[in-house]
Ligand binder design. Structure first.
Ligand code: NAD
Ligand code: DAO
Ligand code: ZN
Length: 370
């Protein structure tokens, strides 16, 4: 057992508590990682709110981290002590039906136990005062030390600053990947991006990389527009400035609708708007935002009959172990400006401030340094 400083979510809807937890050594096929830095994503706030159907408490949240391998369990072959890694909430075992399909980045190898906050053997490595603490999304990066399955870690270049590339563990990769892998946006396309948090801003970078010529950035918080412009958005729309439904505004701006749209908020009404602002015959809308438990999407089926396509994307369709080193390389070359996302940095003791800043719309990403 080792001691680890961690921000624990003891109950839904309550601030995280900084305590010293016990971390058990990695079992066979597992790896102990020292987390150097972690981003705070909207999904952490979503789970903390109690709206996540898979949310179990008490748990150590966090899934956007960067760290260094501290110890490996029996049988671990792809990682060694000292390797730099990014934890993956979407594992990549390369052996399951999903991994071998060539059609998806979803992997079934650790999925069942991960969704219950447990390690693959059905137990947890964290405890506090003798009571078990659950894992979160297979990552639990809000702890100085965490244990993950080997298949849930991407080995990355040691030269890359973990305080920045941790953002590739979720938000930035998700937004870029959704554009490049899921929607496969073509050069010359028009794109509408709903929501300009970490995910939406990354989708703007992806749209620019794909050669989109019109990138319409939409947010109810106009303070997000400057950063969107800096990253490549060409037009800016605040739905609050218009009386018509936002889909109608976009359709009028674009002679019938955009080629591609992305919902980066998690609002089911906005998901409908994002679909309906797509061009008849070919427009495709990708849902990235995660909606609350029990919520449903709706539209008139005629929207699909007349050629619009509705898709969804998890972790940008990216296979983490295989593809993340390439994303890190792009960040190192300046093609993915990670520093643009980091609006705040703080120590673990201030992590609740990161959640406040997010709820107040004042941050893109707060990065916690351990
Ligand atoms: P965020 O809170 O930082 O950003 C959301 C943005 O949406 C904010 O700028 C907010 O002002 C804007 N917004 C809110 N309501 C709006 C409305 N009605 N119209 C337009 N804009 C509106 O969140 P984030 O970290 O960027 O995450 C965005 C969503 O993506 C969340 O639902 C998160 O859970 C989800 N997510 C999905 C994946 C995936 O793999 N699919 C990965 C990470 C995050
Ligand atoms: O394989 O059934 C499955 C689920 C995989 C989980 C993918 C999660 C994607 C959305 C969650 C937001 C992540 C921050
Ligand atoms: Zn797999």
């Amino acid at each position: 057992m080792i001691k680890s400083r961690a921000a624990v979510a003891f109950e839904a809807g309550k601030p995280l508590e900084i305590v010293e937890v016990d971390v058990a050594p990695p079992k066979a096929g597992e790896v102990l990682v020292r987390i150097v830095a972690t981003g705070v994503c909207h999904t952490d706030a979503f789970t903390l709110s109690g709206d996540d159907p898979e949310g179990v408490f008490p748990a150590i949240l966090g899934h956007e981290g960067g760290g260094i391998v501290e110890a490996v369990g029996e049988g671990v072959t792809s990682l060694a002590v000292g390797d730099h890694v990014i934890p993956l909430y979407t594992a990549e075992c390369r052996e399951c039906k999903f991994c071998k399909s060539g059609k998806t980045n979803l992997c079934s190898s650790v999925r069942e136990t991960q969704g219950k906050g447990l390690m693959p053997d059905g137990t947890t490595r964290f405890s506090y005062k003798g009571q078990p603490i659950y894992h979160y999304m297979g990552c639990s990066t809000f702890s100085e030390y965490t244990v993950l399955p080997e298949v849930s870690l991407a080995k990355i270049q040691k030269e890359a600053p973990l305080e920045e590339v941790c953002l590739l563990g979720c938000g930035v990769t998700t937004g870029i990947g959704a554009v490049l892998n899921t929607a496969k946006v073509e050069p010359g396309s028009s794109v509408a991006i709903f929501g300009l948090g970490g995910i939406g801003l990354a989708a703007i970078i992806g749209a620019k990389m794909a050669g989109a010529t019109r990138i319409i950035a939409i947010d109810v918080n106009p303070s997000k527009f400057d950063k969107a412009r800096e990253l490549g958005a060409t037009e800016f729309v605040n739905p609050k400035d218009h009386e018509q439904p936002i889909q109608q505004v976009i359709v009028e701006m674009t002679d019938g609708g955009v080629d591609y749209s992305f919902e980066c908020v998690g609002n089911v009404d906005l998901m409908r708007a994002a679909l309906e602002c797509c061009h008849k015959g070919w427009g495709e809308s990708t849902i990235i935002g995660v909606a609350g438990a029990g919520q449903e999407i709706s539209t008139r089926p005629f929207q699909l009959v007349t050629g619009r396509v509705w898709r969804g994307s998890a972790f940008g369709g990216v296979k983490g172990r295989t593809e993340l080193p390439g994303y890190v390389e792009k960040a190192q070359k300046g093609e993915i400006p990670l520093d643009a996302f980091i609006t705040h940095t703080m120590g673990l003791e201030d992590i609740n401030k990161a959640f406040d800043l997010m709820h107040e719309g004042k941050s893109i990403r707060s990065v916690i340094h351990f």
